[in-house]
Design a protein around this ligand. Sequence first.
Ligand code: ZN
Length: 592
Amino acid sequence: MDCYVIPVALYVLFGIGFCFFSQEMDASDYRVGFWRLFQPFLLFILYIYLSRSVTAGLPAGLLACATGVITGFTFPVLFHLTHRGEPHAYSFPVDFTFGLFVSVLFVALADVLLFRNQAVFAVLLTVTEILFLLPAFFQLAYFIYYRRCVNEPAVLALLHTNRLEAGEYIRLIPSTILIPASAGFLLAAGVMFRINLAAGTVETYAGFPVAALITFLFIMILLFGIGRYAFFRRTAPAKICIQAKEHIKRMQDSPLSDRDYPSHITAESVLTKNKSDFGTVLLVIGESANRMHMRAFSDYERETTPWLSGQSGNKNFYLFPNSYATWIQTLETVTMALTNKNQYDRVQKEDEISVINLANKLGFKTYWFSAQGYSDTTSSDVTVIAGAAQHKHWLLQDYTVRQYDEKLLEYLKAVDTGNNFIVVHLEGSHSDFHLRYPTQFAKWSYDKKDPYGSNPYDNSILYTDHILSQLFAYAKEHLNLQAMIYFSDHGSLIGQQRQSSFTGFEDVRIPFFVYLSEAYAARFPDTARALRRHTASCFTNDLVFDLLCGIFQVTGALHKEKNDISSMSYGFTAETLKTGLGKVSLKEDLRH
Ligand SMILES: [Zn+2]
């Protein structure tokens, strides 16, 4: 009779778990939670009644139940600890229900395997339990190391890591952690085995436990066997893995992520012809930088861009204070900037090409270093473009420290000299502004009551200016920098939260500058002259692709000179340029 205490206790335990640890990922009412848990609970009661399971009341049964508890609780608890108090998109995973089913599953399996006292069956049970516990063990280790729960970028990083790197990674774990962890693991496995073996000595079974076998198989089918309704697929860790796999499939399906794409388009450039030693082109993509808050581009009263303001008189720098984004969101703007798609020309799907594809064709070594997201819906198309780069790193895959943009500099330091095309994608002034800069850049005080105000925003701009100066100085000193281009994906509304539709020009007024080395300007004086002539011209950042064709000195149809601000043939004006994805004319910007 006292066996029934166990399902009741588990039901209460899982119910409490649901109430306390699933707010961030499951908006369901507690009654819904208890109802979902009622199904495995009822099954457990029925099972004990029908099979007269003794194991349920033994240490081996408690071990079986604990396997379910650990399986069910690990992810929700770690997720809760990571995202406490944050607003979150709910995904309604069934981790707790899954965990309770696993408890019943192992009680039944213990009854099947331990009905005779044979060590081999105790080993089999222990190994199966350890297999179920492994994901929880990995999640816990990840959390202890990174102080965050496992998420999609982490899984993707793992899937992208080849076996060799994985081996190196394990070697990196200090022996002060590895030795006690291995010892603890062996000890736990030994104890589990002893518990399971001891259970077999209780001779209560008259014959083969048929009810236990049927229950075991039934739960296995429920958990793993009924297609997309299978409980396992609906747990949070499984959902993360499924999303990661879908992302990889999307990447593989898009030709832009292919290093040699598109095969029917050829491109040539004198820069890399005959393997000549040209140097580095550095493209820096900013985030949410509004040029009206940048002294180098406007008459803003604060000096938020000390470095760039200092370069405005430098003849190697070309600042374009009349530049605009094509749209107000990263995905669309960056995709258009980096491909031959733009608001003005029609490009057939099969003729689409990105700057990375182009640089690969020209024989550059291509690099992509990003402080932005990797696989969420707001960044996946950008990741597709980045996918064609020969070397790529995303900061967000590394959670060891708070990530400021300066961490990107470390990736740059690993680049060798040669003909390089390097794209650096900053986190810049992405909201929340105050999270984007270290304390020494907090020049204007941040007030929690005004998170979208000028003060934190201007600090983030000040910090970006510092980052640009660092990237420039390093590339000039060590990478034979020939050209640097910086533009922001879009602007930002200051003083209010981000909007998702076009509300005015604040959101599209962006900074944009080009640097050409002394040697480059001397070798290609027409390019330098055209850029100088056009510094007062208007520009939209979907034409960055064409500018890069110009900087790369591409010959052939791919280089449309009328789109290229570094060409004397650049033909656009405020009257003909557009923003708002082709819907709004720039001449509507009255400030202009
Ligand atoms: Zn953006």
